[in-house]
Design a protein around this ligand. Sequence first.
Ligand code: GDP
Length: 426
Amino acid sequence: MPVVVVVGAQWGDEGKGKVVDLYAERADMVVRYGGGANAGHTLVIGGQKIVTHLVPSGVLHPRARLVLGDGMVVDPITLLEEIAACRERGLLPDGQLLVSARAHVILPYHRWLEAVREDQKGAIGTTRRGIGPAYESKAARRGVRVCDLGRRGRLRELVEQNLDEISRLIGRAVPAGEVDRLIADAAAAGEALAPMIGDAGREVDRAIAAGQNVLFEGAQGTLLDIDHGTYPFVTSSSTIAGGACTGVGVGPTRIDRVIGISKAYCTRVGGGPFPTEMQGEEAEAWRAAGQEFGATTGRPRRCGWLDAAALRLAVRVNGLDGIALTKLDVARGRGPLKVCVGYRLDGALLDEPPGDAEELARAEPEYMELEGWQGESREARRIDDLPPAARTYISALERLVGVPMWLVSVGAERAETILLRDPFAG
Ligand code: GDP
C-alpha cells in the first residue's frame, strides 16, 4: 500500500520510463504531476519500442489507473494523438486514463512564442513544445485550464486575452480566422477528452485512502527543477519529489518512499553548466554506447562522468530513500571510470553543486578513479552476477551519496534488471 515517488536524480533522460514501467507492475495507480510532452519515456518490451510523452509510463499495465495531475501542462491535441497511438497497440482501454480538470492547456500560441524565443541568441534549448510559455500563462493567471475547454465563451475570452499580448511578442497579428480555428480545435479536443476529465487530486486521495499502491512518476530531473536546478537552464516546473504534492494535491505526509533514478554516468541536453562533461572522442564513444539521443527531439545528449556531488543534492532535495541506477551496461569496456566527488571553487571544496549557474560553470570537479570492467553485465539478475569492479563502482556510489541502491538496470529490456528492494513492500 505504499505511496512511492520516482524522480530523475540528474538532468532527465535517466531511464525513468523503464523503471516506472517495472514498478508499475505492482501499482494500482500511476500519476504524473508536472511537465508536459517534453518528457519522452522510452519503453522497450519484447524488442518493441514505445515512446510516451504525456501518458504515464504505466501504460503497459492495464490494471493501473493512469492520472495526469493538476500540475501538468497538456497539449490536448498531442494527448489525443498519443491516446490514439496507444489504442492502435491495444493499450489504454476506456476508463484507464484520468486527466485533471485543473491541468493547464498548451495552445498553439505557446509554441509560437517559444519558437521566437528559441531563435534568439542565448536560448536555453527547450523542446519547443510550448511548455515554458504555458507555465508562464499559468503563473500570470491567464492560463486556459482543461476545465475551460468545454466552456466556449470563457475559452474565447481567455484565448483573446492571451493573444493580445502574445501577438505583440511574436511580432505578428493573428488573423481572426486563425483565432477561430484555434478555438474550435481546442474545443473539439476538449470534447473528445471529456470522458477522461475529472478531479485528479480527489481520485488519487481516494486511492491512497483505500490502501492502493500509488506511484508518482516525475518528469525531467532534479537538476532541471525550477527552484533547485541549474537556474536559468531549467524547466518551468517542480520536478522534485515535493512536486508530487503540489502537482496533484496530496500532502507530504502521504508519501512513503522516494526513489531517484540515475544513470551510471551523466547526460545533459541543451545548454547550461555541466561540470563533468566529456569532450571529443570520449564523449562520442559514450554517446554511441548509450544511444544518447533525445527520445522527444532526437538531439544528441552531452555526456559526462557520474557526478556524485550532484546526486547528493538530489538525495537532499528529494529526500531520496534510494537510487535506481540505470545503464550500467553502457560503462562496460570503457576503461577506468571517473566519479566526481565534489567541486573546487575559489579554493573551497564543495560537496554539492553551487546554486549559481555561473559558479557551477567555473567549478572544477574533483574526481576519484575506479577500475572499469570488461565482463558482460546484461545477463546479471543479482548483484553477485556483476563483474567485481562493477560491484565496487556501485558500492562506492552508495558510500558517496549516502543512500542504498534499490535497483540496477543492465539493459533497456524490462528483464535486464537487478531488483534489490521492492518499493511497494510494506
Ligand atoms: P526517461 O525520460 O528518463 O524515461 O529516459 P529515456 O527513456 O529518454 O532514456 C532512457 C533510454 O535508455 C531509453 O532509450 C531506454 O530504453 C534506455 N535504457 C533504460 N535503461 C537502460 C539500461 O539499463 N541500459 C541501456 N543500455 N539502456 C537503457
